[in-house]
Ligand binder design. Structure first.
Ligand code: NZQ
Ligand code: ZN
Length: 383
């Protein structure tokens, strides 16, 4: 049986071509808006111009330079700006990093404590400046969830916080804004979306038929469209399906009432913090190894995955499981994301991650089964 749950998601999704023009319908007139963005992609692909045109009647200030894996140090400069300018709304324009950065900025600007990093250490967030997004990279699901992941350069930490106060008021999802994505980022986004689905699906069976089939439909769709998007980056229909898949994979709906894992993400965040791999790259490396390592605990779901997602019917149970994992690796590679640490030039020093995870009492996976020691074993399988 799947467990009791309460589900509420307050994010208004505005999806489709030309929807950036709807910003004035979404932000109350007279609000002072902080427009936050990343390294400048929005200035090259016309998204910035569309946002500025839509917000013509508003008093606005801008903050650019939020980097991939948004840094605490950078976000703190935006917190100062938001406080000084007394902004009433923050609009994130960009990918998951800009959005996560904005969630932190919005919470930190109104956080009572002196040390805003405490938010990433689990301190309760009681309020945040209202925020919204114009999403340009389908991957994280941040546009429709209450999570934010922030990195601290000084200490090489990468940590998450969760608060209902940082749900975006709205997210504008115009698939045309994603045409300009580099192949690497499109591939990363596909892997991230697939990994979010696996984290909530490959645990153990609880007869959650709707959640399972939602998850399977997301994975089958990604397998079908993933390689095609890379070949046809300006195909609206492919981009639209990818964008909606990414949102649906991490807006909470496929995860209601079911056990979840998230060890791959935890280990992956360490790989980013220590070796600088992109988030999607870490998942492509860790997930196949984790599935092999956890084969017994995950046997029921791995067999269902082999059957329903990869349609494998022949051979023994072990053969079907191994084949499904191999096909998963091939799928990640087919969207341009290699699956071994050595592919990224990481050959030495992996042990440091087990040490770091020991210090923080890492315990993820179903019932906390993946601790630092198991993470070390999994990483050894990723070479
Ligand atoms: O900074 P700019 O110039 O905008 O360029 C970005 C960046 O270099 C570029 N880009 C984005 N949209 C583009 C574009 N380039 C051309 N055309 C466009 N339309 O892509 C690069 C990567 O962007 P980033 O936002 O870092 O990627 P992503 O959306 O994959 O976000 C990754 C971050 O999200 C976190 C990850 O850990 C990582 O820090 N995650 C957040 C989650 C959440 N909030 O729920 C869950 C995820 O599991 C994940 O951990
Ligand atoms: Zn992810």
């Amino acid at each position: 049986m799947f467990s009791n749950f309460t589900y509420q998601n307050p994010v208004k999704i505005v999806f489709g071509k030309g929807t950036i023009a709807k910003l004035p319908e979404l932000i109350p007139a007279g609000t002072k808006v902080l427009i936050a963005y990343g390294g400048g992609s929005i200035k090259k692909n016309g998204v910035y111009d569309q946002v500025v045109a839509a917000l013509k009647g508003y008093d606005t200030v801008e903050f650019g330079g939020i980097e991939p894996n948004p840094r605490y140090e950078t976000c703190m400069r935006a917190v100062e700006l938001a406080q000084k300018e007394k902004v009433g709304f923050i609009l994130a324009v960009g990918g998951g990093s800009v959005l996560d950065g904005v969630k932190f900025i919005a919470a930190a600007a109104l956080f009572e404590g002196e040390d805003k990093w405490q938010i990433l250490e689990g301190a309760k967030v009681n309020q945040a400046i209202p925020l919204g997004s114009v999403l340009t990279l389908p991957a994280t699901g941040s546009e429709m969830n209450q999570a934010s992941v922030v990195s601290r350069e000084e200490t090489k930490q990468k940590q998450a916080f969760f608060s209902p106060h940082v749900y975006p008021k709205f997210s504008i999802l115009d698939p045309e804004t994603t045409y300009s994505l580099p192949l690497r980022q499109t591939g990363n986004g596909i892997v991230d979306t697939y990994a979010h689905t696996l984290e909530q699906y490959i645990t153990y069976p609880v007869d959650a038929q709707i959640q399972d089939r939602w998850a399977e439909s997301i994975m089958k769709t990604l397998i079908e469209i993933g390689p095609k998007v890379l070949e046809n980056p300006n195909d609206y229909s492919l981009r639209a399906n990818l964008m909606w898949a990414a949102t649906c994979a991490l807006n909470g709906i496929i995860g209601v009432g079911v056990p979840q894992d998230w060890a791959t993400h935890g280990i992956g965040h360490e790989l980013t913090a220590v070796f600088g791999l992109d988030h999607g790259q870490t998942l492509a490396v860790v997930f196949p190894a984790l599935l092999r390592h956890q084969k017994e605990a995950k046997r029921g779901k791995l067999l269902q995955y082999a059957d329903r997602v990869w349609e494998l019917t022949g051979g023994s149970e072990d053969e079907r499981i191994e084949k499904a994992i191999e096909l998963t690796e091939e799928f990640f590679q087919s969207v341009g994301v290699p699956t071994k640490l050595s592919d990224y030039g990481v050959k030495e020093g992996i042990e440091v991650i087990e040490e770091r995870l020991t210090k923080t009492n890492f315990a993820r996976g179903v019932d906390g089964a993946i601790k630092a020691k198991e993470a070390g074993e999994i990483l050894a399988m990723c070479r």
